[in-house]
Design a protein around this ligand. Structure first.
Ligand code: NAD
Length: 476
């Protein structure tokens, strides 16, 4: 496939390309251009040229185009979901949810377009003020491979509705579905140059976007370590920066929780997308009074997960997205065994057999008695490994939940409103779920505290963050 710059499909200025592989089979399923710094420059110029016309449209006119774009994506959702499964690895059901999720986001922003107004402030004899919102200009977006389509939606929906134009870089292992979607948006009426797509490596294309003086705001989603690099590169030119980084979400299961429901929630919360979700349940704390039946229910559910090529029917979990990720997970679990930092109750190895040998599969893994301070609890574990620790009471649960440098999401499973109030007040996170985990609706703001990032996506707040106020002072 080709990049999209100024509405035109184009190769890289260097002529280079890279291959995209199916993580379930290792087969090459497509190629994308290895973009250069000059390609980023051309995309920024195209976005700037398109900016004036796009900003002049009313919010409602832009909203109508987003509605049309969402409808066009919905119409092609089956083909898009298939392609997403083939490049990312997730089961077709999850890929379908993700593509529909993209359409939901555009529709949410298109829906709020009718209700945007400014403010009038009367200052008596001094005069009157009128406050309106205007777009920031050219914005940049850097996307990870775990939820490439959904996160593209989180950034394009509010940025475009607010009247900005975009230069977007997909992750190197998952550019294909995003490029297809950008093409569909163009066919649905998004003017040329409003959304530009530059593919390639983080070191070349990502860094050129981060450093570009022509980009007014950059929204980056990815690992905490990369986020720090991006923060340093983006300093200067008064660029606004949103960093959506890693997480190590705690799930606290109290002694009054519905055991079956909580075990189900933990399995979905951890193994959805093969554990490669920023808000996945990465540390589970269960009250000692129910630990034994709860862990039994958990193990049974984990062992019942059907793992395989995401295109297969009734598959619950696909491969990891890339071999480096699988090897990182394997190394972490080996560390648990070697250092005696917990008991690997099920899983704990790659999947064996001919059907799996060329893919990047790892068995869904449960570790009980995870040792406080172990790597499994300290680092962001971005794969299908669930560490469980027993707690004596809620005080300990909250203490352990906060014993991390991350603070993205957290959940408590209980029927007691007193527990809910304490967790909501005391656990450091951007979202607290009660008796569920993982869901991030477009209607509410989302983002982290501590090293999980800064800034918010989604909700009315994200739309406002892609614009700035301008005041007219009428002196009488
Ligand atoms: P990553 O940091 O390796 O890459 C993310 C993007 O940054 C990719 O497009 C990559 O090419 C680019 N990149 C890499 N090096 C760069 C550089 N030096 N300069 C500029 N760009 C560069 O992350 P990943 O492995 O693709 O994604 C997984 C991570 O993303 C996890 O930590 C996960 O928790 C996080 N994540 C966070 C959220 C959130 O909303 N907080 C959502 C999804 C994923």
């Amino acid at each position: 496939m080709q990049m999209i710059i100024g509405g035109k499909e184009t190769g890289s200025g260097s002529g280079g390309e890279f291959s995209v592989r199916n993580p379930a089979t290792g087969e090459v399923i497509g190629t994308a251009p290895a973009g250069t710094g000059d390609d980023v420059g051309a995309a920024v110029d195209a976005a700037r040229d398109a900016g004036a016309g796009w900003a002049k449209k009313t919010v409602r006119e832009r909203g109508i185009i987003l509605f049309r774009a969402a409808a066009a994506v919905r119409e092609k959702h089956q083909d898009l979901a298939r392609l997403l499964t083939m490049e990312q690895g997730k089961p077709l059901r999850e890929a379908t949810d993700e593509v529909r999720g993209f359409a939901n986001i555009l529709e949410f922003y298109a829906g709020i377009s009718a209700s945007q107004s400014g403010e009038a402030v009367r200052l008596g004899a001094a005069g009157d003020c009128m406050v309106v919102r205007e777009p920031l200009g050219v914005c940049g977006a850097i996307i990870p491979w775990n939820m490439p389509v959904l996160i593209m939606g989180w950034k394009t929906g509010p940025a475009l509705l607010a009247g900005n134009t975009l230069v977007l870089k997909p992750a190197s292992t998952t550019p294909l579905t995003s490029l297809k979607i950008a093409g569909i948006l163009g066919e649905a009426g998004l003017p040329p140059g409003v959304l530009n797509m530059v593919t390639g490596s983080g070191e070349v294309v990502g860094e050129a976007i981060a450093e570009s003086p022509g980009i007014r705001k950059l929204s980056f989603t990815g690992e905490a370590k990369t986020g720090e690099r991006v923060r340093a590169l983006a300093a200067g030119h008064a660029k606004e920066l949103v960093l959506e980084l890693g997480g190590s979400d705690p799930m606290i299961v109290m002694d009054d929780a519905d055991i079956a429901k909580a075990a189900e929630g933990a399995v979905r919360g951890r193994f959805y997308n093969a554990g490669q979700t920023c808000t996945a349940v990465k540390r589970l704390f269960v009250h000692e009074k129910i630990a034994e039946p709860f862990n039994r229910a958990l193990k049974a559910r984990i062992e019942a997960l059907a793992v395989g090529n995401g295109l297969g029917s009734k598959i619950d979990m696909g491969p990891l997205n890339n071999p480096a990720q699988r090897d990182r997970i394997a190394e972490l679990v080996e560390g648990v065994r070697h250092n005696d930092e917990g008991m690997v109750v099920t899983g704990g190895c790659p999947l064996k057999g001919r059907a799996f040998e060329d893919g990047y599969f790892y068995r869904p893994t449960l570790v009980t008695g995870a040792a406080p301070g172990s790597r499994l609890l300290r680092e962001e574990v971005f794969g299908p490994v669930l560490p469980v620790t027993t707690i004596h009471d809620l005080d300990e649960g909250i203490r352990e939940a906060n014993a991390t440098r991350f603070g993205l999401g957290a959940s408590v499973w209980t029927k007691d409103i007193g527990n809910v109030r304490r967790v909501f007040a005391e656990v450091e996170a951007g979202i607290i779920w009660v008796n569920r985990h993982l869901t991030v609706p477009p209607e509410v703001p989302f983002g982290g505290v501590k090293e999980s990032g800064s800034g918010r996506e989604n909700g009315q707040q994200a739309f406002e963050s892609y614009s700035r106020t301008k005041t007219l002072f009428l002196g009488w």
